[in-house]
Design a protein around this ligand. Structure first.
Ligand code: GDP
Ligand code: MG
Length: 170
């Protein structure tokens, strides 16, 4: 029969990696070159049909600035899923992403589905993080990994779809 699933989802990662742009692409199908920085966190919702189910994502797009770090647990606690975003052209953002993974695995719920998104995959000439390195890290840490581009609309719906498939069913 038809089932409706509600899933709280949080995006975490350095400022400027493209968290808000991924959400804008997923929710509205749009991209802007000058996306305003997020203050605190912003909320969106979007539903996805998958087989005979409807998954309603309740999305918290966090700011990423260190000064908001203490607020992060409010968003990842009780979250069904987390997308940890780094920028493939910025090695420091990949290191920061690993820190987020560690924090969620230590402080969050063990059932939270964690996705690692290497965003800005359209900027190949400026790449600093190889897909092999991220894939190996993801495999070793029980995450799933995709390179995405909010700009080119690559793997954006797909990453939400893969999360939806992995959410625990009652
Ligand atoms: P956030 O701080 O993580 O929310 O990052 P934003 O979504 O605000 O994006 C930061 C900047 O990167 C903006 O200028 C975006 O237009 C740009 N950006 C975001 N995603 C992509 C992408 O996939 N490719 C490219 N080339 N630029 C992107
Ligand atoms: Mg933002």
């Amino acid at each position: 029969g038809n089932k409706n699933i509600n899933a709280k989802l949080v995006l975490l990662g350095d400022v400027g990696t493209g968290k808000s742009s991924l959400v804008l692409r997923f929710v509205k199908g749009q991209f802007v070159e000058f996306q305003e920085s997020t203050i605190g966190a912003a909320f969106f919702s979007q539903t996805l049909a998958i087989n005979d189910e409807t998954v309603k994502f309740e999305i918290w797009d966090t700011a990423g600035q260190e000064r908001y770090h203490s607020l992060a647990p409010m968003y990842y606690r009780g979250a069904g899923a987390a997308i940890i975003v780094y920028d493939i052209t910025n090695q420091a953002s990949f290191i920061r992403a690993k820190k987020w993974v560690q924090e969620i695995q230590a402080q969050g719920s063990s059932s939270t589905v964690i996705a690692l998104a290497g965003n800005k995959a359209d900027l190949l000439e400026a790449r600093q993080v190889t897909p092999a390195e991220a894939q190996t890290y993801a495999q070793e840490n029980g995450l799933f990994f995709m390179e995405t581009s909010a700009k080119a609309a690559t793997n954006v719906n797909e990453i939400f779809y893969e999360i939806a498939k992995r959410l625990p069913r009652a």
